[in-house]
Ligand binder design. Structure first.
Ligand SMILES: [Fe+2]
Ligand SMILES: [Fe+2]
Length: 471
């Protein structure tokens, strides 16, 4: 990497003057966006952050105190593989592409823009959270995620500029013009327009929604368009930390609730609330909301776009190497579907058309791992309550189950029956107000808010009472 560059990179930007100029033209627009919609209230302080400085497996990142306006966002691709071959679809076994084939240009651009749009969106969604951080450790993690999502934007903008000419440059500008929740110019995907105004939602988002991101990146990492594959592979390195924040954050909330239940000798949700912790039924409703919303991000169960992305090698299955038949021809997937008469039926779809569902099922399985872990904590504490993922039929806005009312077990209901019980299953205004009432900033080093247990370890081998953010 050339650290003296205005834009740190391992893509040889110094040897490509026109690309360098284009990115340097975009850079002030990005900085302006960060100044407007990043975590701007914390620009004066120093934060202990990880910065990507290369793509070498061992030394890809550097840790140190940085001011948020001075963070250095770089462009890094994972190392290329010699003689990499297309791993799936009609062109299975042929060499991968270093340039965008003309016939796939529009589809690839769309895939890249859709991924790119989520990155700045999440920064916008999370921008107010610093004011209610449960600890300096958590505040630092929030900012770490924010700077890395912003770097993911850089990663995607690099691809747009380097490979899509003028259209790509226009798309890069538009990525800074759409905003999360904006009435006129919202972000592309619904979940990325949902406000995140409390830390329980942040942990749910980083557990469920960042995990969708992981699966999308895994699919793109399989792409025949090699620069996209390499970009996605490097982004996955950073994504691991975002998922860790969600996973460990939710575990800490459960642990704290169990402590309060033990100290009170009661599992009455109201008493847990009275003692300033999140009761497990509320926790479950937050799971129901964020899980169902994130399921929609995979798209419809049957999709001709997904089929053509797969056929043409643009987007594979997550972990394509797990499968035997990389052409996925002649196979079918049995899908769960409303029968149109108030019940459920099945439909068999050609596998290529059901690729969204293949990815979604792998995702659901992985989401279940944390839930099992939290249930073991609850069981060990001697309580009967169990958390669960709701049925994929529940609360969906995309695909077969959009517009169908089902309970979290998947039982189909009338609209009236659903709305009568909605507050049992999804966070109510009152739940949200309660959770928000817990959110008071704790900024003394080593201190922790009362609704969440401390983490097991500090960051980068530092102690928990290290001053991770110097305000
Ligand atoms: Fe990201
Ligand atoms: Fe992320």
């Amino acid at each position: 990497m050339d650290g003296g560059e205005r834009i740190p990179n391992n893509v040889g930007l110094g040897q490509n003057q026109s690309l360098k100029r284009a990115l340097e033209h975009w850079q002030p627009h990005f900085c302006e966006w960060w100044r407007q919609l990043g975590p701007t209230d914390f620009f004066a302080g120093e934060v202990y952050l990880r910065t990507a400085v290369g793509a070498d497996a061992k030394s890809w990142a550097r840790y140190g105190l940085v001011r948020l306006p001075e963070y250095r966002w770089g462009i890094f691709l994972a190392p290329g593989e010699a003689d990499r071959r297309i791993g799936f679809g009609d062109d299975f076994g042929l060499p991968v592409w270093q340039q965008v084939p003309g016939e796939h240009r529009a589809a690839l651009r769309r895939l890249i823009v859709t991924q790119a749009d989520t990155e700045p969106a999440s920064v916008e969604q999370q921008r107010g959270l610093g004011h209610s951080c449960p600890s300096l450790y958590d505040l630092r993690n929030l900012f770490q995620i924010n700077v890395e999502e912003a770097r993911h934007l850089w990663a995607m903008v690099y691809l747009l500029h380097a490979h899509f000419g003028r259209d790509g440059r226009e798309e890069a500008e538009a990525l800074l013009e759409r905003h999360s929740g904006d009435r006129d110019r919202p972000r592309i995907l619904a979940t990325f327009n949902e406000p995140i105004e409390d830390w329980l939602s942040l942990f749910m988002f980083t557990y469920f929604t960042d995990r969708d991101g992981k699966y999308q990146l895994k699919s793109l990492a399989e792409s025949a368009f090699d620069p996209l594959s390499r970009t996605a592979r490097f982004m996955l390195t950073e994504e691991g930390h975002h998922l860790f924040v969600g996973d460990s954050g939710l575990s800490r909330v459960v642990r704290r609730s169990l402590e309060v239940m033990r100290d009170n000798a009661s599992d009455d949700p109201q008493r847990v609330r009275d003692r300033g912790a999140v009761d497990l039924p509320t926790f479950q409703r937050y799971i129901n909301f964020w899980f169902s919303s994130s399921l929609d991000l995979f798209g419809a169960e049957i999709s001709s776009n997904a089929a053509s992305y797969f056929a043409s090698g643009l987007k594979g299955r997550p972990d394509e190497a797990r499968y035997q038949d990389h052409r996925a021809l002649g196979e079918a997937l049995l899908l769960d579907k409303p029968d149109g008469k108030g019940g459920a039926g099945k439909e068999e779809a050609p596998l290529r058309n059901a690729m969204n569902e293949v990815a979604r099922r792998a995702y659901v399985k992985e989401c279940g791992v944390g839930v099992e872990r939290w249930n073991r904590l609850i069981e060990k504490a001697g309580h009967e309550f169990r958390l669960s993922l709701p049925s994929p039929r529940f609360h969906r806005a995309i695909g077969f189950w959009a517009g169908v009312f089902a309970d979290p077990e998947g039982k189909i209901l009338s609209a009236g029956a659903f709305s009568a019980r909605r507050a049992e299953w999804l966070p109510s205004a009152e739940d949200r107000a309660f959770v928000k009432s817990l959110m008071r900033a704790v900024v003394e080093p080593g201190k922790m808010a009362g609704w969440v247990a401390p983490p097991v370890h500090g960051v980068d081998h530092l102690p928990l009472d290290y001053e991770y953010v110097r305000l």
